[in-house]
Design a protein around this ligand. Structure first.
Ligand code: ARG
Length: 579
Protein backbone atom coordinates (compact mmCIF):
# COMPACT_ATOMS: atom_id res chain seq x y z
CA UNK A 1 0.00 0.00 0.00
CA UNK A 2 1.39 3.36 -1.00
CA UNK A 3 0.35 6.61 0.58
CA UNK A 4 -1.45 8.87 -1.86
CA UNK A 5 1.24 11.54 -1.46
CA UNK A 6 3.79 9.10 -2.83
CA UNK A 7 1.69 8.28 -5.88
CA UNK A 8 1.09 11.94 -6.65
CA UNK A 9 4.74 12.76 -6.07
CA UNK A 10 5.80 9.97 -8.43
CA UNK A 11 3.48 11.28 -11.16
CA UNK A 12 4.84 14.82 -10.71
CA UNK A 13 8.44 13.64 -10.77
CA UNK A 14 7.93 12.57 -14.38
CA UNK A 15 7.71 16.25 -15.31
CA UNK A 16 9.98 17.94 -12.82
CA UNK A 17 13.71 17.80 -12.06
CA UNK A 18 13.04 16.76 -8.46
CA UNK A 19 13.06 13.45 -6.62
CA UNK A 20 9.67 11.97 -5.68
CA UNK A 21 10.61 12.16 -1.96
CA UNK A 22 11.25 15.90 -2.21
CA UNK A 23 7.95 16.39 -3.98
CA UNK A 24 6.07 14.33 -1.42
CA UNK A 25 7.46 16.62 1.28
CA UNK A 26 6.33 19.68 -0.62
CA UNK A 27 2.70 18.55 -0.92
CA UNK A 28 0.34 20.38 1.39
CA UNK A 29 -3.23 19.98 2.46
CA UNK A 30 -5.22 23.02 1.24
CA UNK A 31 -7.02 24.96 3.95
CA UNK A 32 -10.46 23.73 2.88
CA UNK A 33 -11.56 20.56 1.06
CA UNK A 34 -13.31 22.56 -1.72
CA UNK A 35 -9.88 23.80 -2.76
CA UNK A 36 -8.61 20.28 -3.18
CA UNK A 37 -7.15 17.46 -1.12
CA UNK A 38 -3.47 17.99 -1.89
CA UNK A 39 -1.76 21.09 -3.16
CA UNK A 40 1.66 21.62 -4.69
CA UNK A 41 2.94 25.14 -3.96
CA UNK A 42 4.71 25.98 -7.22
CA UNK A 43 6.48 29.12 -5.95
CA UNK A 44 9.01 26.91 -4.19
CA UNK A 45 9.88 25.47 -7.61
CA UNK A 46 10.00 28.78 -9.43
CA UNK A 47 13.67 29.68 -8.78
CA UNK A 48 14.82 26.26 -9.92
CA UNK A 49 12.67 26.14 -13.02
CA UNK A 50 13.13 29.85 -13.82
CA UNK A 51 9.47 30.24 -14.56
CA UNK A 52 6.58 31.94 -12.84
CA UNK A 53 4.72 29.79 -10.28
CA UNK A 54 1.40 30.25 -12.14
CA UNK A 55 2.94 29.09 -15.35
CA UNK A 56 4.42 26.00 -13.71
CA UNK A 57 1.04 25.13 -12.18
CA UNK A 58 -0.75 25.57 -15.49
CA UNK A 59 1.78 23.47 -17.41
CA UNK A 60 1.65 20.68 -14.89
CA UNK A 61 -2.13 20.65 -15.00
CA UNK A 62 -1.87 19.91 -18.70
CA UNK A 63 0.81 17.25 -18.49
CA UNK A 64 0.63 15.32 -15.25
CA UNK A 65 -0.87 11.82 -15.47
CA UNK A 66 -3.41 11.34 -12.70
CA UNK A 67 -2.71 8.31 -10.54
CA UNK A 68 -5.58 5.96 -9.70
CA UNK A 69 -7.76 7.49 -7.03
CA UNK A 70 -7.14 11.06 -8.18
CA UNK A 71 -10.07 12.64 -9.98
CA UNK A 72 -8.62 15.94 -11.15
CA UNK A 73 -5.64 18.28 -10.98
CA UNK A 74 -6.43 21.98 -11.22
CA UNK A 75 -4.12 24.97 -11.33
CA UNK A 76 -5.22 27.64 -8.92
CA UNK A 77 -2.88 30.62 -8.98
CA UNK A 78 0.56 29.42 -7.87
CA UNK A 79 -0.86 26.08 -6.69
CA UNK A 80 -1.58 22.84 -8.44
CA UNK A 81 -4.41 21.23 -6.51
CA UNK A 82 -5.38 17.59 -6.63
CA UNK A 83 -8.87 16.30 -6.02
CA UNK A 84 -9.27 12.77 -4.81
CA UNK A 85 -11.93 10.40 -5.96
CA UNK A 86 -13.73 10.37 -2.65
CA UNK A 87 -15.42 7.05 -2.59
CA UNK A 88 -12.28 5.34 -3.90
CA UNK A 89 -10.18 7.07 -1.23
CA UNK A 90 -12.64 6.13 1.48
CA UNK A 91 -12.52 2.52 0.31
CA UNK A 92 -8.74 2.49 0.27
CA UNK A 93 -8.31 4.08 3.70
CA UNK A 94 -10.97 2.10 5.54
CA UNK A 95 -9.97 -1.19 3.94
CA UNK A 96 -6.32 -0.56 4.75
CA UNK A 97 -7.00 0.16 8.41
CA UNK A 98 -9.36 -2.77 8.78
CA UNK A 99 -7.23 -5.33 7.00
CA UNK A 100 -3.67 -4.23 7.64
CA UNK A 101 -4.02 -2.32 10.88
CA UNK A 102 -3.80 1.40 11.59
CA UNK A 103 -0.02 1.67 11.33
CA UNK A 104 1.23 1.45 7.76
CA UNK A 105 2.14 -2.05 6.77
CA UNK A 106 4.43 -1.00 3.93
CA UNK A 107 7.40 -0.46 6.20
CA UNK A 108 8.97 -3.91 5.92
CA UNK A 109 12.16 -2.29 4.66
CA UNK A 110 12.80 -0.77 8.09
CA UNK A 111 13.36 -4.20 9.61
CA UNK A 112 17.15 -3.99 9.33
CA UNK A 113 17.28 -0.47 10.75
CA UNK A 114 18.14 -0.57 14.42
CA UNK A 115 17.43 2.22 16.84
CA UNK A 116 18.86 1.82 20.33
CA UNK A 117 16.87 3.78 22.87
CA UNK A 118 18.24 4.31 26.34
CA UNK A 119 15.80 5.80 28.80
CA UNK A 120 14.81 6.12 32.45
CA UNK A 121 18.25 5.01 33.77
CA UNK A 122 17.66 5.87 37.44
CA UNK A 123 20.33 5.73 40.11
CA UNK A 124 19.93 2.77 42.45
CA UNK A 125 19.37 2.93 46.22
CA UNK A 126 17.06 5.89 45.72
CA UNK A 127 13.38 6.12 44.96
CA UNK A 128 12.12 6.95 41.50
CA UNK A 129 11.14 10.60 41.61
CA UNK A 130 8.60 12.43 39.53
CA UNK A 131 11.54 13.77 37.49
CA UNK A 132 11.97 10.24 36.14
CA UNK A 133 8.53 10.30 34.58
CA UNK A 134 9.24 12.25 31.35
CA UNK A 135 12.24 10.21 30.22
CA UNK A 136 10.55 6.97 31.14
CA UNK A 137 7.36 7.58 29.17
CA UNK A 138 9.00 9.42 26.25
CA UNK A 139 11.53 6.62 25.79
CA UNK A 140 8.96 3.86 25.99
CA UNK A 141 6.64 5.61 23.59
CA UNK A 142 9.38 6.25 21.02
CA UNK A 143 10.32 2.61 21.23
CA UNK A 144 6.75 1.55 20.45
CA UNK A 145 6.36 4.05 17.62
CA UNK A 146 9.60 2.95 15.95
CA UNK A 147 8.47 -0.64 16.24
CA UNK A 148 5.07 0.21 14.76
CA UNK A 149 6.92 1.53 11.70
CA UNK A 150 8.81 -1.72 11.42
CA UNK A 151 12.15 -0.66 12.90
CA UNK A 152 14.09 -2.84 15.27
CA UNK A 153 14.06 -0.76 18.45
CA UNK A 154 16.06 -1.90 21.46
CA UNK A 155 15.17 -0.45 24.85
CA UNK A 156 18.00 -0.13 27.37
CA UNK A 157 18.04 0.92 31.00
CA UNK A 158 21.49 2.20 31.94
CA UNK A 159 21.09 1.95 35.69
CA UNK A 160 23.27 4.30 37.68
CA UNK A 161 24.76 1.73 40.02
CA UNK A 162 28.29 3.05 40.43
CA UNK A 163 29.77 5.84 42.49
CA UNK A 164 31.33 6.60 45.84
CA UNK A 165 27.94 6.88 47.57
CA UNK A 166 27.79 3.11 47.48
CA UNK A 167 30.87 2.96 49.66
CA UNK A 168 28.98 4.87 52.28
CA UNK A 169 25.99 2.54 52.11
CA UNK A 170 28.21 -0.52 52.37
CA UNK A 171 29.92 0.98 55.41
CA UNK A 172 26.49 1.69 56.91
CA UNK A 173 25.38 -1.92 56.43
CA UNK A 174 28.53 -3.07 58.19
CA UNK A 175 28.37 -0.51 60.98
CA UNK A 176 24.71 -0.97 61.85
CA UNK A 177 24.82 -4.74 61.58
CA UNK A 178 22.19 -5.22 58.88
CA UNK A 179 21.88 -8.99 58.58
CA UNK A 180 20.25 -9.45 55.21
CA UNK A 181 20.61 -6.49 52.90
CA UNK A 182 18.42 -8.25 50.31
CA UNK A 183 15.45 -7.87 52.65
CA UNK A 184 15.77 -4.08 52.79
CA UNK A 185 13.56 -1.62 50.96
CA UNK A 186 14.67 1.47 49.07
CA UNK A 187 13.28 3.64 51.88
CA UNK A 188 15.44 1.77 54.37
CA UNK A 189 18.48 2.16 52.14
CA UNK A 190 17.85 5.90 51.97
CA UNK A 191 17.45 6.07 55.76
CA UNK A 192 20.68 4.16 56.30
CA UNK A 193 22.46 6.54 53.99
CA UNK A 194 21.18 9.61 55.80
CA UNK A 195 21.93 8.15 59.23
CA UNK A 196 25.47 7.31 58.21
CA UNK A 197 26.10 10.66 56.59
CA UNK A 198 24.81 12.53 59.63
CA UNK A 199 26.94 10.58 62.07
CA UNK A 200 29.97 10.80 59.84
CA UNK A 201 29.93 14.58 60.04
CA UNK A 202 31.54 14.34 63.47
CA UNK A 203 33.47 11.12 62.92
CA UNK A 204 36.23 11.50 60.37
CA UNK A 205 37.10 7.80 60.50
CA UNK A 206 33.61 7.00 59.20
CA UNK A 207 34.43 8.99 56.07
CA UNK A 208 37.55 6.92 55.72
CA UNK A 209 35.61 3.70 56.24
CA UNK A 210 33.22 4.67 53.47
CA UNK A 211 36.13 5.36 51.12
CA UNK A 212 37.71 2.04 52.05
CA UNK A 213 34.45 0.25 51.36
CA UNK A 214 34.25 1.81 47.89
CA UNK A 215 37.88 0.85 47.24
CA UNK A 216 37.06 -2.76 48.19
CA UNK A 217 34.13 -2.64 45.79
CA UNK A 218 36.34 -1.29 43.01
CA UNK A 219 38.84 -4.05 43.64
CA UNK A 220 36.12 -6.65 43.33
CA UNK A 221 36.15 -7.97 46.90
CA UNK A 222 33.44 -10.69 46.80
CA UNK A 223 31.78 -9.93 50.17
CA UNK A 224 31.55 -6.22 49.42
CA UNK A 225 30.26 -6.91 45.95
CA UNK A 226 27.50 -9.08 47.34
CA UNK A 227 26.26 -6.31 49.58
CA UNK A 228 26.30 -3.85 46.69
CA UNK A 229 24.46 -6.31 44.47
CA UNK A 230 21.72 -6.39 47.09
CA UNK A 231 21.27 -2.63 46.59
CA UNK A 232 20.63 -3.20 42.94
CA UNK A 233 18.24 -6.04 43.58
CA UNK A 234 16.28 -4.07 46.19
CA UNK A 235 16.10 -1.06 43.89
CA UNK A 236 15.02 -3.05 40.86
CA UNK A 237 12.20 -4.60 42.86
CA UNK A 238 10.81 -1.17 43.46
CA UNK A 239 11.60 0.22 40.00
CA UNK A 240 9.88 -2.67 38.29
CA UNK A 241 6.78 -2.22 40.39
CA UNK A 242 6.48 1.35 39.07
CA UNK A 243 7.48 0.39 35.51
CA UNK A 244 4.76 -2.26 35.50
CA UNK A 245 2.21 0.29 36.45
CA UNK A 246 3.35 2.55 33.61
CA UNK A 247 3.47 -0.35 31.16
CA UNK A 248 7.21 0.12 30.69
CA UNK A 249 9.53 -2.73 29.77
CA UNK A 250 13.21 -2.92 28.87
CA UNK A 251 14.91 -5.35 26.55
CA UNK A 252 18.06 -5.09 28.64
CA UNK A 253 19.45 -3.54 31.75
CA UNK A 254 22.99 -2.39 31.05
CA UNK A 255 24.11 -0.84 34.35
CA UNK A 256 27.03 1.57 34.50
CA UNK A 257 29.02 -0.94 36.54
CA UNK A 258 29.37 -3.15 33.45
CA UNK A 259 31.82 -0.62 32.05
CA UNK A 260 34.01 0.12 35.04
CA UNK A 261 36.49 -2.61 34.10
CA UNK A 262 37.21 -1.02 30.76
CA UNK A 263 38.87 1.92 32.44
CA UNK A 264 42.53 0.90 31.96
CA UNK A 265 42.12 -0.16 28.37
CA UNK A 266 40.27 3.07 27.60
CA UNK A 267 42.90 5.29 29.23
CA UNK A 268 45.58 3.44 27.34
CA UNK A 269 43.81 4.08 24.05
CA UNK A 270 43.18 7.74 24.81
CA UNK A 271 46.87 8.19 25.65
CA UNK A 272 47.98 6.38 22.55
CA UNK A 273 45.75 8.55 20.39
CA UNK A 274 47.19 11.55 22.15
CA UNK A 275 43.76 12.63 23.34
CA UNK A 276 44.09 12.50 27.11
CA UNK A 277 46.10 15.02 29.03
CA UNK A 278 46.89 15.55 32.71
CA UNK A 279 45.16 18.39 34.46
CA UNK A 280 45.68 18.86 38.17
CA UNK A 281 46.15 15.14 38.62
CA UNK A 282 43.04 14.22 36.67
CA UNK A 283 42.86 13.17 33.03
CA UNK A 284 40.92 15.27 30.55
CA UNK A 285 40.17 15.34 26.85
CA UNK A 286 40.36 18.88 25.50
CA UNK A 287 37.50 19.85 23.18
CA UNK A 288 38.51 23.37 22.18
CA UNK A 289 37.92 22.75 18.49
CA UNK A 290 34.32 21.84 19.33
CA UNK A 291 33.99 24.98 21.43
CA UNK A 292 33.31 22.85 24.45
CA UNK A 293 34.89 22.69 27.89
CA UNK A 294 37.22 19.71 28.40
CA UNK A 295 35.70 16.38 29.32
CA UNK A 296 37.16 14.82 32.46
CA UNK A 297 37.72 11.10 31.99
CA UNK A 298 39.57 10.05 35.15
CA UNK A 299 39.59 11.49 38.66
CA UNK A 300 42.86 12.36 40.34
CA UNK A 301 42.46 9.36 42.65
CA UNK A 302 42.14 7.14 39.58
CA UNK A 303 38.41 6.52 40.03
CA UNK A 304 36.07 6.38 37.04
CA UNK A 305 33.66 9.19 36.24
CA UNK A 306 30.33 9.38 34.46
CA UNK A 307 32.09 9.81 31.08
CA UNK A 308 34.63 7.04 31.83
CA UNK A 309 31.73 4.63 31.86
CA UNK A 310 29.65 6.24 29.11
CA UNK A 311 32.41 6.01 26.48
CA UNK A 312 32.80 2.21 26.62
CA UNK A 313 29.03 1.86 27.06
CA UNK A 314 28.51 3.68 23.76
CA UNK A 315 31.17 1.53 22.07
CA UNK A 316 29.45 -1.56 23.38
CA UNK A 317 26.12 -0.40 21.93
CA UNK A 318 27.75 0.11 18.55
CA UNK A 319 29.49 -3.27 18.61
CA UNK A 320 26.34 -5.07 19.56
CA UNK A 321 23.70 -3.30 17.50
CA UNK A 322 25.38 -1.36 14.65
CA UNK A 323 22.64 1.17 15.20
CA UNK A 324 21.30 3.67 12.72
CA UNK A 325 20.58 5.90 15.70
CA UNK A 326 21.40 5.65 19.38
CA UNK A 327 19.00 7.74 21.41
CA UNK A 328 19.75 8.93 24.91
CA UNK A 329 16.51 10.09 26.47
CA UNK A 330 17.88 12.30 29.24
CA UNK A 331 16.83 15.70 30.65
CA UNK A 332 17.81 19.10 29.23
CA UNK A 333 20.25 19.63 32.09
CA UNK A 334 22.69 17.13 30.61
CA UNK A 335 22.86 18.76 27.17
CA UNK A 336 26.40 20.00 27.56
CA UNK A 337 27.54 16.63 28.83
CA UNK A 338 26.13 14.80 25.81
CA UNK A 339 27.78 17.26 23.45
CA UNK A 340 31.04 16.47 25.19
CA UNK A 341 30.47 12.74 25.04
CA UNK A 342 29.74 12.87 21.31
CA UNK A 343 32.77 15.09 20.71
CA UNK A 344 35.08 12.72 22.59
CA UNK A 345 33.74 9.73 20.65
CA UNK A 346 34.23 11.62 17.39
CA UNK A 347 37.81 12.51 18.33
CA UNK A 348 38.43 8.86 19.07
CA UNK A 349 37.62 8.24 15.40
CA UNK A 350 34.19 6.71 15.84
CA UNK A 351 32.35 7.61 12.64
CA UNK A 352 29.07 6.64 14.32
CA UNK A 353 29.34 9.39 16.94
CA UNK A 354 26.99 11.56 14.93
CA UNK A 355 24.34 8.85 15.09
CA UNK A 356 24.01 9.57 18.78
CA UNK A 357 21.08 11.80 19.62
CA UNK A 358 20.46 13.36 22.97
CA UNK A 359 16.66 13.27 23.15
CA UNK A 360 16.32 15.94 25.79
CA UNK A 361 13.26 16.93 27.76
CA UNK A 362 12.06 19.52 30.25
CA UNK A 363 10.94 19.45 33.85
CA UNK A 364 7.66 18.57 35.45
CA UNK A 365 6.17 21.30 37.55
CA UNK A 366 3.07 21.26 39.70
CA UNK A 367 0.49 23.95 39.89
CA UNK A 368 0.01 25.05 43.46
CA UNK A 369 -3.77 25.47 43.76
CA UNK A 370 -3.38 28.07 46.51
CA UNK A 371 -0.76 30.36 45.05
CA UNK A 372 -1.38 29.64 41.37
CA UNK A 373 2.37 29.22 40.88
CA UNK A 374 4.07 26.28 39.26
CA UNK A 375 6.77 24.58 41.30
CA UNK A 376 9.33 21.97 40.29
CA UNK A 377 8.19 18.57 41.49
CA UNK A 378 8.99 18.60 45.16
CA UNK A 379 6.96 18.70 48.34
CA UNK A 380 6.55 21.87 50.35
CA UNK A 381 9.43 20.85 52.57
CA UNK A 382 11.59 20.54 49.46
CA UNK A 383 11.75 16.73 49.35
CA UNK A 384 11.58 15.04 46.01
CA UNK A 385 8.07 13.97 45.01
CA UNK A 386 8.02 10.23 44.55
CA UNK A 387 6.77 8.95 41.23
CA UNK A 388 4.74 6.26 42.94
CA UNK A 389 2.97 8.84 45.09
CA UNK A 390 2.14 10.97 42.08
CA UNK A 391 0.65 7.97 40.30
CA UNK A 392 -1.33 7.11 43.42
CA UNK A 393 -2.68 10.60 43.67
CA UNK A 394 -3.67 10.56 40.01
CA UNK A 395 -5.62 7.33 40.48
CA UNK A 396 -7.38 8.61 43.59
CA UNK A 397 -8.35 11.83 41.89
CA UNK A 398 -9.54 9.97 38.81
CA UNK A 399 -11.68 7.79 41.02
CA UNK A 400 -13.27 10.77 42.76
CA UNK A 401 -13.91 12.40 39.41
CA UNK A 402 -15.60 9.31 38.01
CA UNK A 403 -17.74 8.97 41.13
CA UNK A 404 -18.79 12.62 40.90
CA UNK A 405 -19.88 12.16 37.31
CA UNK A 406 -21.44 8.76 37.76
CA UNK A 407 -24.30 9.57 35.35
CA UNK A 408 -21.90 10.11 32.46
CA UNK A 409 -20.40 6.66 32.79
CA UNK A 410 -21.79 3.33 31.80
CA UNK A 411 -22.81 0.91 34.49
CA UNK A 412 -20.86 -2.22 34.79
CA UNK A 413 -17.36 -0.81 34.46
CA UNK A 414 -15.06 -1.90 37.27
CA UNK A 415 -14.36 1.30 39.16
CA UNK A 416 -10.92 0.35 40.53
CA UNK A 417 -9.70 -0.76 37.17
CA UNK A 418 -11.13 2.28 35.43
CA UNK A 419 -9.64 4.71 37.96
CA UNK A 420 -6.22 3.12 37.44
CA UNK A 421 -6.46 3.41 33.66
CA UNK A 422 -7.82 6.94 33.67
CA UNK A 423 -5.48 8.24 36.38
CA UNK A 424 -2.27 6.79 34.97
CA UNK A 425 -3.45 7.56 31.45
CA UNK A 426 -4.01 11.21 32.37
CA UNK A 427 -0.46 11.50 33.72
CA UNK A 428 1.19 9.85 30.73
CA UNK A 429 -0.90 11.77 28.22
CA UNK A 430 -0.22 15.08 29.93
CA UNK A 431 3.49 14.48 29.68
CA UNK A 432 3.40 13.24 26.10
CA UNK A 433 1.08 15.88 24.69
CA UNK A 434 3.65 18.63 25.26
CA UNK A 435 6.69 19.09 23.06
CA UNK A 436 9.32 17.25 24.97
CA UNK A 437 11.87 20.02 25.42
CA UNK A 438 9.36 22.20 27.23
CA UNK A 439 8.54 22.08 30.90
CA UNK A 440 5.19 20.50 31.70
CA UNK A 441 2.88 21.92 34.33
CA UNK A 442 0.73 19.36 36.10
CA UNK A 443 -2.62 20.84 36.97
CA UNK A 444 -4.74 18.00 38.33
CA UNK A 445 -8.05 19.63 37.45
CA UNK A 446 -7.11 20.17 33.84
CA UNK A 447 -5.37 16.85 33.36
CA UNK A 448 -8.45 14.92 34.40
CA UNK A 449 -10.95 17.06 32.55
CA UNK A 450 -13.03 14.81 30.31
CA UNK A 451 -13.61 17.74 27.99
CA UNK A 452 -10.11 19.18 27.81
CA UNK A 453 -7.08 18.22 25.73
CA UNK A 454 -6.49 15.27 27.99
CA UNK A 455 -5.94 11.55 28.09
CA UNK A 456 -9.35 10.95 29.69
CA UNK A 457 -10.98 12.89 26.82
CA UNK A 458 -9.38 10.61 24.24
CA UNK A 459 -10.16 7.52 26.32
CA UNK A 460 -13.77 8.65 26.60
CA UNK A 461 -14.07 9.17 22.85
CA UNK A 462 -12.68 5.70 22.32
CA UNK A 463 -15.17 4.16 24.77
CA UNK A 464 -17.98 6.00 23.03
CA UNK A 465 -16.93 4.51 19.69
CA UNK A 466 -16.89 1.06 21.27
CA UNK A 467 -20.32 1.66 22.68
CA UNK A 468 -21.76 2.65 19.28
CA UNK A 469 -20.40 -0.58 17.83
CA UNK A 470 -21.90 -2.61 20.68
CA UNK A 471 -25.27 -0.96 20.28
CA UNK A 472 -25.29 -1.56 16.54
CA UNK A 473 -25.82 -5.23 17.10
CA UNK A 474 -23.90 -6.04 13.91
CA UNK A 475 -20.20 -6.22 13.15
CA UNK A 476 -18.51 -3.65 10.97
CA UNK A 477 -18.06 -5.14 7.53
CA UNK A 478 -16.02 -4.21 4.48
CA UNK A 479 -18.91 -5.16 2.21
CA UNK A 480 -20.39 -1.68 2.15
CA UNK A 481 -21.21 0.96 -0.42
CA UNK A 482 -18.44 3.46 0.24
CA UNK A 483 -20.22 6.20 -1.67
CA UNK A 484 -22.77 6.31 1.13
CA UNK A 485 -20.21 8.10 3.29
CA UNK A 486 -21.03 11.42 1.70
CA UNK A 487 -21.16 13.92 4.58
CA UNK A 488 -18.38 16.52 4.68
CA UNK A 489 -17.59 15.48 8.27
CA UNK A 490 -17.11 11.93 7.07
CA UNK A 491 -14.68 13.01 4.40
CA UNK A 492 -12.75 15.05 6.99
CA UNK A 493 -12.57 12.03 9.27
CA UNK A 494 -11.31 9.75 6.50
CA UNK A 495 -8.61 12.22 5.50
CA UNK A 496 -7.66 12.46 9.11
CA UNK A 497 -7.43 8.70 9.50
CA UNK A 498 -5.14 8.62 6.50
CA UNK A 499 -2.85 11.06 8.32
CA UNK A 500 -2.06 8.64 11.13
CA UNK A 501 0.98 7.25 9.33
CA UNK A 502 2.20 10.79 8.84
CA UNK A 503 1.92 11.51 12.56
CA UNK A 504 3.99 8.41 13.32
CA UNK A 505 6.64 9.48 10.83
CA UNK A 506 6.83 12.91 12.36
CA UNK A 507 7.09 11.36 15.82
CA UNK A 508 10.11 9.31 14.77
CA UNK A 509 11.74 12.03 12.69
CA UNK A 510 11.69 14.51 15.58
CA UNK A 511 11.76 11.95 18.41
CA UNK A 512 8.53 13.56 19.49
CA UNK A 513 5.67 11.39 20.79
CA UNK A 514 3.63 14.60 21.11
CA UNK A 515 3.01 14.35 17.35
CA UNK A 516 0.88 11.29 18.09
CA UNK A 517 -0.86 12.85 21.10
CA UNK A 518 -1.75 15.98 19.14
CA UNK A 519 -2.96 13.88 16.25
CA UNK A 520 -5.29 11.96 18.56
CA UNK A 521 -6.70 15.16 20.05
CA UNK A 522 -7.48 16.50 16.58
CA UNK A 523 -9.05 13.25 15.45
CA UNK A 524 -11.20 13.12 18.59
CA UNK A 525 -12.31 16.69 18.03
CA UNK A 526 -13.45 15.80 14.50
CA UNK A 527 -15.21 12.73 15.79
CA UNK A 528 -16.95 14.76 18.52
CA UNK A 529 -18.22 17.21 15.93
CA UNK A 530 -19.57 14.31 13.87
CA UNK A 531 -21.13 12.72 16.89
CA UNK A 532 -22.78 15.94 18.07
CA UNK A 533 -24.22 16.55 14.61
CA UNK A 534 -25.77 13.10 14.87
CA UNK A 535 -27.30 13.99 18.20
CA UNK A 536 -29.01 16.98 16.59
CA UNK A 537 -30.11 15.41 13.31
CA UNK A 538 -31.27 11.79 13.14
CA UNK A 539 -30.12 11.35 9.48
CA UNK A 540 -26.60 12.15 10.56
CA UNK A 541 -26.60 9.59 13.34
CA UNK A 542 -24.29 6.61 12.87
CA UNK A 543 -27.07 4.21 13.76
CA UNK A 544 -29.51 5.81 11.35
CA UNK A 545 -32.55 4.26 9.64
CA UNK A 546 -31.04 3.58 6.23
CA UNK A 547 -29.34 0.18 6.50
CA UNK A 548 -26.73 0.85 3.81
CA UNK A 549 -25.68 4.18 5.22
CA UNK A 550 -25.57 2.71 8.70
CA UNK A 551 -23.31 -0.15 7.58
CA UNK A 552 -20.89 2.27 5.93
CA UNK A 553 -20.85 4.53 8.98
CA UNK A 554 -20.21 1.58 11.27
CA UNK A 555 -17.14 0.73 9.25
CA UNK A 556 -15.94 4.31 9.59
CA UNK A 557 -16.58 4.28 13.34
CA UNK A 558 -14.71 1.01 13.65
CA UNK A 559 -11.72 2.43 11.77
CA UNK A 560 -11.64 5.50 14.02
CA UNK A 561 -11.80 3.22 17.04
CA UNK A 562 -8.86 1.18 15.75
CA UNK A 563 -6.73 4.22 15.09
CA UNK A 564 -7.43 5.85 18.45
CA UNK A 565 -6.74 2.61 20.23
CA UNK A 566 -3.50 2.13 18.38
CA UNK A 567 -2.42 5.72 19.05
CA UNK A 568 -3.15 5.40 22.76
CA UNK A 569 -1.25 2.15 22.89
CA UNK A 570 1.76 3.76 21.26
CA UNK A 571 1.72 6.41 23.97
CA UNK A 572 1.30 3.79 26.68
CA UNK A 573 -2.20 4.93 27.63
CA UNK A 574 -4.87 2.30 28.27
CA UNK A 575 -7.96 2.30 26.05
CA UNK A 576 -10.87 0.93 28.13
CA UNK A 577 -13.83 -0.25 26.08
CA UNK A 578 -16.40 0.85 28.62
CA UNK A 579 -16.43 4.06 30.55
N1 ARG B 1 21.74 7.80 35.88
C1 ARG B 1 21.85 9.11 35.31
C2 ARG B 1 21.13 10.11 36.18
O1 ARG B 1 20.30 9.73 36.97
C3 ARG B 1 21.28 9.19 33.93
C4 ARG B 1 21.98 8.36 32.90
C5 ARG B 1 21.83 8.92 31.54
N2 ARG B 1 22.45 8.11 30.54
C6 ARG B 1 23.71 8.10 30.21
N3 ARG B 1 24.12 7.25 29.31
N4 ARG B 1 24.58 8.94 30.74
O2 ARG B 1 21.38 11.29 36.04
Amino acid sequence: MHAMEDLIAAALAEHLPLEPEELADLLETPPSPEMGDYGLPCFTLAPRLRRAPRQIAAELQGSVALPAGVRAARAEGPYLNFFLDRSETIRRVLTGITQEGPAPADEGDNADRTVVIEFSSPNISKHLGVHHLPGTVIGMSLCRIFRALGYRAVSLNYLGDWGTSHGRLIAAIERYGVEDPHALTVSELQDLYVRYSTEAEDEPEMQQQARDAFRRLEQGDPGTRQVWEAFREVSLREFERVYDRLGVEFDRYTPESLYVDRKDELMERLRRQGLAQQSEGALIVALDEHDLPPCMVLKSDGATLYATRDIPAAEDRWERYRFEKALYVVGNEQSLYFQQLKAVLAKMGHHWADRIVHVNFGLIKFLDAETGNARVGSTRSGDMLLLEDVLQEAVQRARAKIEDNRNRFEDGADLDELAEKVGIGAVIFRELSTRRTRDVVFDWERMLDFEGDTGPYVQYAHARLCSILRKAGEDASLEVDFSRLSLPEEWTLVRHLEGFAHALHRATADYEPSAVATYLLDLCADFSAYYSAGMREPERRVLCQDGEVRAARLLLVDAIRRVIRSGLELLGVAAPERM
